[in-house]
Write a protein of this length. Structure first.
Length: 289
């Protein structure tokens, strides 16, 4: 069993390789989100605050924070947005940027024990990201890709995961502070992509025993009725061993709670019933706005 702890100012989130699914809200990310990109360009941080509050209300345990908008200073903006978020919600943050300087800026102001998204098996990323994680005593997501790209073979992805874990351990980052991401690819371009990821999850769970993260919505890219595909994939991935997902809590918390219930991870159905009641209250509230 591997247990990974994330912390905000006052709260703690436990990601357990044998436990229930942790939801990382994906909506504070301007990629493909024109309204958020425009809000960041205009300095309309009320919209960012509303996205944070709404995701937490719908079940997000952690919030992903990505401020990458072309033409904007992502280093300064990451600092501003992190400060904003820690004053309006008390959940751990997942700092998401390809820019090590932006990650360092966010890590300097975020309290508790945050999550960093992400490192990979690429040498440049290993050398630039892992020291930041170690110095801050943070947790990091490790992507199963390297300088040769993303393998189509589950065993090759696991080998990259092993490399990331070994390099992390070499500088003193414990295994429990590395969450492996097996990479979810679109089934619209490769009908076997979902199965490759599911087999990778099973191998990581059985061989490495680490916690496993998913960028769940990638699986349905390019397809109609994406929500149905995402729901089906999440249920399969959770059964295979996935323990956290960067996803949309407004659309997918229900299927996640139901799957945890069916996998025997929700004694007396407490979490599922609580979510159902909360979701009904949220629907009523949003209909009156």
């Amino acid at each position: 069993m591997t247990q990974t702890v994330l912390r905000s100012k006052a709260n703690e989130v436990l990601i357990d390789s044998q436990g229930s699914m942790v939801i990382i809200g994906e909506k504070i990310n301007p990629t493909g989100h024109k309204k958020l990109a425009a809000a960041l360009q205009e300095g309309n941080y009320d919209y960012v605050r509303d996205l944070a509050l709404r995701q937490v209300a719908w079940g997000a345990d952690v919030l992903d924070v990505n401020v990458g908008v072309p033409g904007l200073d992502d280093v300064a903006l990451m600092t501003e947005i992190v400060k904003l978020l820690i004053n309006c919600v008390d959940v751990p943050l997942c700092l998401d940027s390809p820019n090590p300087a932006a990650l360092a800026a966010g890590l300097a102001v975020v309290p508790g024990k945050p999550l960093v998204n992400s490192v990979s098996g690429e040498e440049s990323r290993l050398k630039s990201i892992l020291p930041l994680v170690k110095d801050r005593e943070a947790v990091v997501i490790g992507l199963t890709m390297d300088d040769n790209g993303i393998p189509n073979d589950p065993e090759a992805r696991v080998a990259i995961a092993e490399k990331i874990l070994e390099r992390a351990a070499r500088i003193g980052i414990p295994k429990e502070d590395v969450i492996i991401d097996p990479l979810v690819m679109s089934v619209s371009s490769d009908s076997q992509a979902g199965m490759i990821t599911l087999r990778t999850i099973e191998l990581i769970h059985r061989v490495l025993g680490t916690n496993i993260n998913l960028g769940a919505s990638n699986v349905s890219f390019g397809l109609p009725d994406r929500q149905t595909v995402n729901q089906a994939f999440l249920a399969l991935a959770m059964s295979a061993g996935a323990t956290c997902a960067i996803t949309d809590p407004m659309k997918l918390t229900g299927i996640i709670r139901a799957t945890d219930l069916l996998l025997g991870r929700d004694e007396f159905s407490v979490r599922f019933i609580r979510y159902f009641r909360q979701s009904q209250a949220m629907l009523e509230k949003e209909q009156t706005i």
